[in-house]
Design a protein around this ligand. Structure first.
Ligand SMILES: [Zn+2]
Length: 45
């Protein structure tokens, strides 16, 4: 299982951001705010 890390548009900051997976499983934006992001839809290849 590979997790893709592609830039997304942060819904909080309205800027392109790289989702950051924290050790506790929470997905946050890489902006200074580090706000929680909604889970991206699973990618099936
Ligand atoms: Zn953000």
């Amino acid at each position: 299982m590979s997790e893709r890390r592609e830039p997304i548009l942060c819904p909080h900051c309205a800027e392109p951001t790289m989702p950051n997976r924290l050790s506790d499983g929470l997905l946050v934006c890489s902006c200074a705010a580090e706000r929680p992001l909604p889970e991206p839809p699973p990618v099936k290849d």
